[in-house]
Unconditional design. Sequence first.
Length: 548
Amino acid sequence: MGEIRLRGRPAAPGFARGPLVTLEARARRRLPNADPAQEASALRAALAAAAAQLVSLRSHTNGTGADILGFQLALLEDDALREPVLTRIAAGAAADEAWSAVLDAEIADYASAADEHFQARTADLKDLRDRVLACLSGDEDLPIAPGAVLAARDFPPSRFLSLDWSKGGAIILAGGSPTSHVAMLARARGVPMIVGLGISALALSGEALVDGRSGEAVIEASPETQRLFESRREVVTASDAEAAKLLDQPAVTRNGVRIAMHINIADPDELDRVDRATCDGIGLVRTELLFHRSADLSDEEAQYAAYRRIIAWAQGRPVTIRTLDAGGDKPIAGLTLDGESNPFLGVRGIRLSLLRPEIFRVQLRALARAAVHGCVKIMLPMVTVPGELAAARALLEQEVAALQNAGIAARRPPLGIMVEVPAAAIAVEAFDADFFSIGSNDLTQYVTAAGRDIAAVADLADPLNPAVLRLIANVARHGRLSGREVSLCGDAGGDPALVPALLGAGVRALSVAPAALAATKAAIAAIDVEEAGAAPLARLRSEADADG
């Protein structure tokens, strides 16, 4: 058999070489009991066993992985999920049949969603379904040798967390999504991963080469392909090593322009793996995880403690904390609205916070209290009109005054906005914000009317689209003229191929994932923002200046 090339979508970068192991879902078989009471008892025992497994697994996991497992534990304890199963059992269904029917219905709902973020969540539900079925039947997953390239239709997050990746290995999926939880875990652990390879990937065997950067896997590669693969890996490894030399250095262009480099985080645990000397501060703290962790949305002390921990790590460097950006692809039980026909254009971000001021005020109180301990800035997401900024400012000032009147230390931090709605980017001068941060992900998506995670239109969701760059240049120009800080905190800032265009558009502060710091600094060091390479973007700036 000659070599077989498969091409999919990159989900986690890196190179791997190892035996291909196909993981097919196994049929779980058990003999049901005719007594509904005993079937209900069997279900409860299986749920308890599954919960114990997840607790054990979570005890050896931290960060995002622990939160994914915690989410599954919460589902197991949710009466809204188990009651329909018990109802079916009482009507005569076997425990495994009832459990599968209810979970499959939930999975189908998520899989039929128009947005890929929702579709990606099906993997978590399938993971939970299969774990409980295994507990009901007494089956166990077969062991996997370290270093293998694992092929599957999809891959459960808990299975990923149970494996030893220290000896290499990779994941290639027939389906899957780059936005799935397992893809997030793979990127965090440095495990190469490709998704969307098609069903043919499950019918192959032999040695596999995986290039997670390009999204290509080769089975039974020829000697020449193997040579090219190793050569490409060496080049990338050398490039990464060279970039790493700049990690603890300031970001400076070839012609001496200083670029501020900040990091994006979603979890305080991420800071345990980051040297603060490698960045100028934190440009984006996503606070959604705090709300997922707490069943009590009014837990001010938990939020305050989390912010204090982040501020202590920064040691005087600026920390920009985004208020709750729920809605869209980030639903939160008990908070976000259900049934919106287009949640990305619905009640999300600041719209939701202003709709639920009792929740928003708690977060503002925690932020104002934390602000006395460091250089804190508050950033509002999804701002569309100046009235939203004014309403949020009024609430913040009320809560600061209430805290101070009660003798509680509090400070009113600078209040800025994310510029991710085209209306805000076009009329940015109408917003009396203390600072601006360009959210390139949503801005690009909204300007091009193309979801960047929808494969069929992914090529259209291009940050280099002239319309997107024109808006970025407009915001950067306003920052220069008004003397207000402008940064960019979307994925575009961490893509070395896009950095020249962003600097050419006038951006002088970037906030990226910690893992992207070295490569971004290396890209900046190679740029002369005054040279001809930036001329088309400088022209956009000049046109905007002329219009002004």
